[in-house]
Write a protein that binds this ligand. Structure first.
Ligand code: CA
Ligand code: CA
Length: 352
């Protein structure tokens, strides 16, 4: 099978028993862990230890892309298609999304940058693309949300890159395996592309956020509940009963993640690689992202070096202990100096 078929047919022939795990997630058990990953680590896609403060992280097919506190992007895991080698010209990134075998980012100038597999032209950014507010990478397609509408490019074999004319300026977008999920300007859910498993058959709900997985979809409703639809061969659509107060959702290959307002990560679906087994610890998670067979969580408070949800003398101590060479390099210049201390002091008493 080619890589397209490999992903398309990756769904299991036998349904696995649905499992749900609820565990507070340890974001930072050391001064070095501001993002964590768990699950399939066959090619090092979960080896985030020691990467330092981060502001975003995204899981792809077998790689993970991270934005450091200074805006520099680092990728971990599979680099078969150059997906873990950000272009030297990228500079800083404001947002990132890891797709199947490629990535899409918004750079410091607001431009869209893609790298990795280009077999479906998913890395050929349309000329003139401007005013981009959000980007998302699917298995082999890429979507950008601008102030005036959506633009999609790459694989369109399932119609996943054909944006309906009436979509207009959307509020949220997520590219899945072979479908695209959107909250339109009117606040209504829309989906197009592959619908083999009903992953593009939208339920009647009022959506707040969305996430498109390989062949299933998650909607966070404005009431804080989670609705799932599409392929359920691994129980990825079996939302745990009683799950409420959710602030973020992410659909992966055959598993699902939800983040509650108290920082608890809830996971269900396939656990073959331990992708449901979130580490336990202080709840300071700000964001989650489900890859194909792994999961990623991150704290978007770079100055909170010890992950206790507040910037205080405990973080100062880490800066001082790492002076010149150690952890706490908030501006990513390779050394810990008064510049990093200034960044930390700028966030004093907070953890946004
Ligand atoms: Ca702290
Ligand atoms: Ca520094």
């Amino acid at each position: 099978m080619n890589r397209h078929d490999t992903l398309r047919h990756a769904t299991r022939t036998a349904a696995l028993a649905a499992t749900a795990t609820i565990a507070p997630l340890l974001l930072a058990n050391s001064a070095h862990a501001q993002a964590v990953a768990w699950g399939n680590n066959a090619v090092g896609q979960c080896n985030l230890n020691g990467i330092g403060p981060t502001t975003a992280a995204s899981g792809g097919f077998a790689h993970t892309a991270v934005i450091h506190s200074c805006g520099v992007v680092t990728c971990f895991g599979d680099n078969s298609y150059g997906q873990s080698a950000p272009p030297a010209t990228l500079g800083i990134a404001l947002a990132i999304s890891a797709g199947g075998l490629h990535n899409v980012a918004i750079d410091g100038n607001g431009a869209v940058v893609c790298w990795g597999d280009n077999g479906f032209n998913q890395c050929v950014v349309p000329p003139g693309l401007a005013n981009v507010q959000q980007v998302s990478a699917g298995a082999f397609h890429t979507v950008a949300r601008t102030t005036t509408g959506l633009v999609a490019w790459g694989d369109n074999a399932s119609g996943q890159s054909t944006v309906p004319v009436a979509t207009g300026a959307a509020l949220d977008v997520d590219a899945g395996g072979f479908h695209t999920l959107v909250i339109g300007a009117n606040g209504r859910l829309q989906a197009w592309g592959d619908n083999t498993y009903g992953q593009s058959t939208i339920p009647i709900v009022v959506p707040a956020r969305i996430s498109a997985g390989l062949a299933h979809s998650l909607v966070l409703t404005n009431a804080g509940a989670v609705v799932a639809f599409g392929n359920n061969a691994s129980g990825e659509c079996n939302v745990p009963s009683g799950l409420t107060n959710v602030v973020a959702v992410s659909a992966g290959g055959r598993h699902s993640l939800a983040l509650t307002a108290t920082g608890v990560v809830v996971a269900w679906g396939d656990n073959t690689f331990g992708q449901l087994a979130a580490p336990v610890g202080p709840p300071t998670i700000a964001g989650i992202d489900a890859g194909y067979e792994h999961s990623v969580a991150f704290n978007n408070c770079p100055a909170d070096l010890n992950g206790d949800a507040v910037v205080n003398s405990g973080d100062i101590a880490i800066i001082l202990s790492g002076w010149a060479t150690g952890s706490g390099d908030l501006d990513c210049d390779g050394v810990v100096t008064s510049n990093d201390l200034a960044i930390l002091l700028g966030s004093w008493g907070t953890c946004p």
